[in-house]
Design a protein around this ligand. Structure first.
Ligand code: COA
Ligand code: AMP
Length: 638
């Protein structure tokens, strides 16, 4: 009989060292840690210092040694290429050990960085695990990012090798990756020594002599290599995520805490037993993909699914249910936006009912707050529990969830339920005092964060301190606002910074504004997230032209849209911008983005008392109404 959530949660906060030392027994250590928690340098904390282990060994080798060699480890299901391919644990290990041999032959050693810029193909997972095997630090860059974004990451991570593929495949179209990679290397301030390219049959990449190597040729002549012991506190990976400027933040994940936390999460949060099929319908370029396509299911001896397709259009809104029934998926994890897309095309669940979903047990959603309508719809159609849970790239695993493995608590739509064991979540007011139930404030986590969360930013301890630890000393600032109710249920409602969430992809409006502002005709601009029925939010750009610019507004708008696509990538979904005469500002010159958003979303708003010129709001209302926005109306000023 498992302990109840309340008992486990209390234990995790009262004795974190005992709690995590116990959880750490479930993984293989080459040498035990010296201390469970090093708290000698607050606000920086390290878990399991002195411990030696290998992440890849825990994901693959150990399961082969304990009898799972012939169990499928990975099912690659790609409707866009009409492929289904299964790799047993033995087969996946063979591929990984060989590719680790390829990297070693290129001189990649423990601590070296390897950037992985790949579509959703098995080689992406093989490359990640191969890095882990030899102690190299991988940094996966989402395929939807354009050259400039990739270049930023190359410059910051300074990789010895980049692993990529000739192309990605979106619905009905091929996206050549290699030209994007070549351009990124040209733009980056530092160059990799080698690129290793998977040549996909759909598109052959042109190779650069002396730099580029063909994945298959190298693997064919490679010798498999064994695991290297690393310390628990050595970095496993860097994952860049949007910050408040154009320069993304390099979130560092260590080896030991990550392994312990993720292994613990599979049984206690997701309620998944070793041997079961678990599917996270995300992308390896995002944190959900790192943690729950690759690492956690393999640590737990599960079969994981790598899906190269969309929730709709590959070929229809039954795509997810085909995968669930064909592969016997027990637990699915995806984003609410995927469900909104499915709901729009299959409102009555007819596509769903074509498939046998009798073995399907639980649906988990994350990436954005799940609106109650979508949650209730999914629950009604699927007749299984639908769990909204909250986390971020920084945490690497859920902060707030309904821990199904500890006995499911009643679901309250709109809430991510309760803090996960290990996380002391508080809601603070601006002055740092804890707010009573029902009052919205900054959601923070009392330090130390549990294992698995970021220990710092890549090469930037000071940046970590400033961005996350300085606002409320002793607490980690999540950047989210929300409240707890009388029962301790947590609702995470919105960001407190300028990050927006587009189809569960995290984007910085500051980064988008930097692109718009670099247009020669633009004097100033604002980008904000406006409500969208499928993607949750989409970015909207408002631009003010320099005096004397007489060019067509339509042309300038097309140019800025193209610039965002080229500089940030298609994933930004930046398609709407308009020229305005002036932007509403406070008397101190701060652009009133929140008020513009309320006008665009059709929400009634109060005219901010600090506004410089209230008449500008009328102009903006007229401009947005021309664009077809609902436009909220002003109440009196306060
Ligand atoms: N490589 C290249 N381009 C990519 C890409 C990739 N890996 N992923 C997305 N893109 C492109 C898309 O083709 C699209 O281009 P377009 O503007 O030319 O049409 C653009 O980036 C935006 O993509 P996306 O946000 O995926 O929108 P969509 O309209 O193609 O699909 C959804 C909408 C809701 C179906 C889709 O966003 C979705 O499945 N979201 C789930 C997100 C998710 O799982 N997030 C992980 C967190 S759990
Ligand atoms: P990312 O780092 O890309 O995973 O984005 C993390 C951010 O997405 C969080 O800080 C939240 O703003 C938002 N988010 C993710 N999941 C949820 C959720 N279940 N409820 C509310 N917000 C969420």
């Amino acid at each position: 009989m498992t302990d109840s959530y309340d008992a486990v949660y209390t234990r995790s906060l009262n004795g974190p060292e005992n709690f995590w030392a116990e959880a750490a027994q479930a993984v293989h250590w080459d040498k035990n840690w010296d201390r469970v928690l090093d708290d000698s340098r607050p606000p920086f904390y390290r878990w399991f210092p002195g411990g030696l282990l290998n992440t890849c060994y825990n994901a693959l080798d150990r399961h082969i040694e304990s009898g799972r060699a012939d169990q499928p480890a990975l099912i690659y299901d790609s409707p866009v290429t009409q492929t289904v391919q299964t790799f047993t644990y033995r087969e996946l290990l063979d591929q990984v050990a060989r590719f680790a041999g390829v990297l070693s032959a290129q001189g990649v050693q423990k601590g070296d960085r390897v950037i992985i810029y790949m579509p959703m193909v098995p080689e992406a997972i093989v490359a990640m695990l191969a890095c882990a095997r030899i102690g190299a630090i991988h940094s996966v860059v989402f395929g939807g990012f354009a050259s400039h974004e990739l270049a930023n990451r190359i410059t910051d991570a300074r990789p010895k090798v980049i692993v990529s593929a000739s192309c990605g495949i979106e619905v009905g179209r091929i996206i050549p990756y290699k030209p994007l990679l070549d351009k990124a290397i040209e733009l980056a301030a530092v160059k990799p020594e080698r690129c290793i390219i998977v040549q996909r049959p759909q598109e052959k990449a042109t190779m650069v002599g002396g730099r580029d190597l063909d994945w298959s040729e190298e693997v064919a002549r490679a010798k498999p290599v064994d695991c290297v012991s690393v310390t628990a506190t050595d970095p496993l990976y860097i994952l860049y995520t949007s910050g408040t400027t154009g320069m993304p933040k390099g979130i560092v994940r260590d080896n030991g805490g990550h392994l312990v936390a993720l292994k613990w999460s599979m049984q206690h949060i997701y309620g998944v037993e070793p041997g079961e099929v678990y599917w996270a319908a995300s992308d390896v370029g995002w944190v959900v993909g790192h943690s729950y396509i690759v690492y956690a299911p393999l640590f737990n001896g599960n079969t994981t699914v790598l899906y190269e397709g969309k929730p709709v259009g590959t070929p229809d809104a039954g795509a997810f249910w085909r995968v669930v029934s064909q592969h016997g998926v027990k637990v699915l994890f995806t984003a609410p936006t995927a469900f909104r897309a499915i709901k729009r095309e299959d409102p009555n669940g007819e596509c769903m009912r074509k498939y046998d979903l009798s073995g399907f047990r639980t649906l988990f959603l994350a990436g954005e707050r799940c609106d109650p309508d979508t949650l209730l719809w999914a629950q009604k159609q699927l007749e299984v529990p639908v769990i909204d849970h909250w986390w971020q790239t920084e945490s690497g695993w859920p902060i707030g969830a309904n821990c199904v493995g500890l006995g499911m608590l009643p679901v309250k739509p709109g809430s991510c339920t309760k803090p996960v064991p290990g996380y002391d979540v508080r809601v603070l007011g601006d002055d740092g005092t804890e707010l009573p139930p029902g009052q919205m404030g900054s959601v923070v986590v009392k330090l130390p964060l549990p294992p698995g969360c970021l220990p710092t930013l890549w090469n930037n301890d000071e940046g970590y301190r400033k961005a996350y630890l300085a606002r409320f000393p002793g607490y980690y600032l999540t950047g989210d606002a929300g409240y707890k109710d009388e029962d301790g249920y947590l609702s995470v409602m919105t960001r407190t910074d300028d990050i927006i969430n587009v189809a569960s992809h995290r984007l910085s409006t500051g980064a988008l504004e930097e692109v718009l502002a670099s247009h020669p005709d633009v004097a100033e601009c604002a980008v904000l997230g406006v409500a969208d029925a499928i993607k949750g939010e989409i970015p909207l750009g408002l631009i003010v032209l320099k005096a004397g610019v007489r060019r067509s507004h339509g042309e300038i708008v097309s140019e800025v849209v193209r610039m965002v696509r080229e500089r940030i990538g298609a994933v930004a979904s930046f398609k709407i911008a308009t020229v305005v005469k002036r932007l509403p500002k406070t008397r101190s010159g701060k652009i009133l983005r929140g008020t513009i958003k309320m006008i665009a979303d059709g929400v009634d708003y109060q005219v901010p008392p600090t506004i410089d010129d209230p008449l500008i709001l009328d102009e903006i209302t007229a401009d947005l109404s021309t664009l077809g926005y609902p436009t909220g109306s002003a109440r009196s000023s306060v």
